[in-house]
Design a protein around this ligand. Structure first.
Ligand SMILES: Cc1ncc(COP(=O)(O)O)c(CN[C@H](C(=O)O)[C@H](C)O)c1O
Length: 342
């Protein structure tokens, strides 16, 4: 069965050009620092993200947790938004790897108020208190919205005032840049380190990038090895990563337009609450405003050849990517119309 997969942009398959690049990749041993394709990817990524250096890591979670592990001392506090991926979907890794405590703030659509951050930054050296080791932002946010550059600038200024580094979970930073109509460096200039995924909308089969200062990446490379993340002939996964950055980032707007098209269709369906204007990137969140038969809906979608994650507490997410087109969206909407009208 050739599924049309709306579950996530993590499901993207490598493009034919990526598969060819994988097969032809020049390789070396990346632990010895001599895989030429990894070196090319890391240099390209550092440039695209406006940082001195970059490091290829196996996943976005690995990149985020390596950032915490590198920035923080054990027992440090990390200020992070309550609905972020680091809080919800990284298996409690902060406590295990970095030994850091997550100090969460309920954001407004993912945005932490600067005064709320300031109230939580530990000042002085009271023996009762932990140290604030890091502030984490997520842009684009998993709720599908993009944080304004002004908010990032305000958070950066506060962090600088207190000497606290800022990490960006930029799994979809290129989606955020496409939505804002700016270069990704306009976003990353406000943070000390950034994790960017190659394996989501950019369609590489595996891998993310952690970027920051040369000194920070040197430390992160050692800690990556400590975690068993030293890669060998990783040129075979760096090659598609190069195409992800050099070619696929430029087409993300197409996914966003498809997402807006999907949202406009959803808005016409019975018992669906969504405002298409809220759709910033390729993540389409919506709510059901009546009891629906979720099992019937998921079964009908599957029978029609669609994969989607089921509704949770009345909310559902559908995600567009390079393997989802307008005709697929029209067919999905037809199935949903039929089921929701019964
Ligand atoms: C903002 C953000 N930061 C980090 C990650 C982790 O990336 P991976 O560890 O899956 O490569 C994700 C993945 N998000 C996945 C998805 O959206 O389907 C799931 C929830 O893990 C993410 O959305």
């Amino acid at each position: 069965m050739q599924w049309i997969d709306f579950r996530s942009d993590t499901v993207t398959h490598p493009t034919p050009a990526m598969r060819r690049a994988m097969a032809e990749a020049e390789v070396g041993d990346d632990v010895y620092g001599d895989d030429p394709t990894v070196l090319r990817l890391e240099a390209l990524a550092a440039d695209k993200l406006g940082k001195e250096a970059a490091l290829l890591v196996p996943s976005g979670t690995f990149g985020n947790q390596l950032a915490l592990f590198t920035h923080c001392r054990r027992g440090d506090e990390v200020i992070v938004e309550d609905n972020s991926h680091i809080v919800w979907h990284e298996a409690g890794a902060a406590a295990v790897i970095a030994g850091a405590h997550l100090r969460t703030i309920e954001g407004d659509n993912g945005l932490m108020a600067v005064d709320a951050i300031e109230r939580r930054i530990r000042v002085g050296d009271d023996i009762h208190e932990p140290r604030t080791g890091l502030i984490c932002l997520e842009n684009a946010h998993g709720n599908g919205r993009v944080l304004p550059l002004s908010a990032m600038a305000d958070t950066a200024a506060l962090a600088r005032e207190h000497g606290v580094p800022v990490h960006l979970d930029g799994a979809r930073v290129f989606n955020a840049a496409a939505h804002l109509g700016c270069d990704a460096r306009e976003i990353t200039r406000h943070v000390d380190s950034v994790m960017a995924c190659l394996s989501k909308g950019l369609a590489a089969p595996i891998g993310s990038i952690l970027a920051g200062s040369a000194d920070f990446i040197d430390q992160a490379r050692r800690k990556r090895k400590l975690l068993g993340g030293g890669l060998r002939q990783a040129g075979v996964i760096a090659a598609p990563g190069i195409l992800a950055l050099s070619e696929m980032a430029a087409r993300l707007d197409e996914d966003h337009q498809n997402a807006r098209y999907l949202a406009e269709g959803l808005a016409k369906l019975p018992c669906v609450d969504i405002d298409p204007a809220d759709i910033h990137i390729n993540l389409v969140w919506f709510r059901f405003n009546a009891d629906i038969d979720a099992a019937e809906l998921m079964s009908a979608l599957k029978q029609a050849g669609f994969l989607a994650n089921p509704p949770h507490q009345g909310a559902m997410r559908l995600v567009t990517h390079w393997q989802v087109g307008r005709a697929d969206i029209d067919r999905l909407l037809d199935v949903m119309q039929r089921v929701l009208s019964d």
